[in-house]
Ligand binder design. Structure first.
Ligand code: FE2
Length: 200
């Protein structure tokens, strides 16, 4: 096949192959820093396939609208495990420090995403421990109780992959820290997920 159809089929095949390897890593090694590092390496291989993830296939929301970022669902098992999304952003998008209640791995495709990293303090609050930029060829790993926040200021379309042990709609235990109230709150499910799974 050639053109768009061939490109879509190649993308579906590449995603399926990578998700299969992620499943195998977790099955073999469980959830640990080491296994998440291995998953990050596999996802970076997919992120390097710029031919399959051009901005025209995964555009960010139209400028001037209510949102500056959206998620494309690339893969999710029938039991909602191993959910892979492409996060597309243009403009400013920030959120509060939060955990994921499952493992999470973020890798960059193009553009840059600033992550703020935190630790929990003894009094039940949080403390920022540093920042990390996710861009092409780099990524971050988060165990289920680890914290981060996003602070994206994309002047040009940004795309990165977010993969979770369980689909975002299933993560009812996710929490974010309300700095103003100095308390933890339920992190509402995202409502900006666009279905992008295709059958080969
Ligand atoms: Fe997150």
């Amino acid at each position: 096949m050639t053109g768009q159809g061939g490109r879509a089929a190649a993308r579906v095949a590449a995603i399926a192959e990578v998700v299969g390897r992620v499943r195998a890593i977790e099955g073999r090694q469980g959830v640990s820093r080491e296994s998440l590092e291995a998953i990050r390496a596999v996802l970076l291989e997919l992120a390097a396939r710029h031919d399959l993830f051009q901005p025209e296939y995964f555009p960010p929301p139209t400028p001037g609208g209510p949102r500056q970022s959206c998620l494309y669902r690339l893969s999710e098992d029938d039991d909602h495990r191993f959910a892979l999304y492409a996060n597309a952003a243009l403009g400013r998008h920030a959120n509060a420090a939060h955990d994921h209640a499952t493992w999470a791995v973020i890798v960059g495709v193009y553009g840059e995403e600033l992550n703020r990293l935190y630790r929990r303090t003894d009094d039940g609050g949080i403390e920022e421990t540093g920042t990390a930029i996710v861009g092409p060829g780099t990524g971050l790993t988060f165990l289920p109780d680890e914290l981060h926040s996003l602070d994206i200021d994309a002047r040009t379309p940004m795309l990165n992959f977010h993969m979770y042990g369980l689909a975002l709609e299933q993560l009812s235990a996710r929490r974010y820290y309300s700095a103003g109230e100095r308390t933890w709150r339920h992190f509402p499910a995202r409502t900006d997920i666009r279905e992008a799974r295709l059958r080969a």
